[in-house]
Design a protein around this ligand. Structure first.
Ligand code: 13P
Ligand code: SF4
Length: 311
């Protein structure tokens, strides 16, 4: 058993200073992790923060593909992740060799990949997108351009609806967002007639059909903060509620449960692998460390830069 100091927050703070580290945290992290982070954001905001930071060490409190993205964008920094096993069902659903086969079947198609994918998938993509900028990225292609969209079929279907573009969709899903309970949503909306429904585009189309607003985690936070309504039913990972409660105090925030109301299905089990104890150990030992070969990094950087160039 590792010895953990009793003043864990103080110890993390000391190490953060000693290592010249910045702690980046996604909105889906536990509240106690969000509260110690130097910067909290959605996938796009965190990628930008990782790219710009002049800290020597980036401790990425999120999942593996996010830490990988930080390393691709800022290779001279040491990138740490509290738990190397923090994966993502979307990234796992799309092995690069299988995506390559799809590309081979559609030789004229451009590949747009959601940032929730491995570096190997990024390396064979033309441009990356996040849920914040996906619509802009798709609209940047001429109408006649054939597009393969990977790996989230729900985000892909949402983009098809928004843009009127047909795309070849990779059949991946987020294990958290695909589990939301439509029957429970109807029940909650009926019981709270003034409530607005907000949803992340990784949700199934049947669920998105009920949403008053669909957007990335930061867009949902912004909508809840600025919209005058007494209550919001929130269809995304429940970690976002921590910032919503802070930024929209007094509003009734109702997290939508998963299919099994008794499980914590609206919490991402990968994101929740990270703990304060693992953050302390990562800063103390400078491990686990994200390393990447330069050839792969450069190939994966190209589509990320193409995304950044679109603003
Ligand atoms: P955003 O951070 O773009 O909202 O995506 C949510 C998500 O599922 C991250 O894994
Ligand atoms: Fe992946 Fe879904 Fe977890 Fe995000 S919430 S990291 S998409 S499994």
């Amino acid at each position: 058993m590792e010895k953990i100091p009793s003043d864990l927050l103080g110890a993390i703070d000391e190490l953060r200073k000693a290592r010249k580290a910045v702690i980046l945290a996604h909105y889906y992290q536990e509240p106690d992790i969000q509260d110690i982070a130097d910067y909290i954001g959605d996938s796009l905001q965190l990628a930008r923060a990782a790219q710009k930071t002049d800290a020597e060490v980036i401790l990425f409190c999120g999942v593996h593909f996010m830490a990988e993205t930080a390393k691709i964008l800022n290779p001279t920094r040491t990138v740490l992740i509290p738990d190397m096993k923090a994966g993502c069902s979307l990234a796992d659903s799309c092995p690069a060799p299988l995506l390559q086969r799809m590309k081979d079947r559609h030789p004229n198609a451009k590949v747009v990949s959601y940032i929730n994918c491995s570096a190997a998938v990024k390396a064979i993509s033309d441009v990356i997108c996040t849920s914040s900028n996906a619509e802009r990225v798709i609209r940047s292609f001429p109408a006649e351009q054939e597009i393969i969209f990977a790996p989230d079929r729900n985000l892909g279907a949402w983009l098809q609806k928004q843009t009127g573009r047909q795309m070849q969709l990779w059949p991946g899903t987020c294990q958290v967002h695909e589990t939301f309970n439509e029957r429970k949503l109807i029940e909650l909306a009926t019981r709270n007639p003034g409530a607005k429904v907000v949803a992340h585009p990784e949700c199934e189309p049947t669920l998105l059909a009920y949403a008053d607003f669909v957007g990335s985690t930061s867009a949902l936070l912004d909508y809840v903060t600025r919209t005058d309504a007494p209550a919001f039913i929130v269809a995304t990972e429940s970690g976002i509620l921590h910032q919503m409660k802070k930024q929209a105090p007094g509003k009734n925030l109702i997290p939508l449960p998963g299919m099994d109301e008794n499980c914590a299905c609206n919490e991402c089990p990968h994101m929740r692998r990270n703990t304060l104890e693992k953050i302390y150990l990562a800063l103390r030992d400078m491990q686990p460390r994200l390393e990447m070969g330069e050839e792969l990094r450069l190939a994966a950087l190209k589509p990320l830069e193409a995304m950044m160039a679109l603003g």
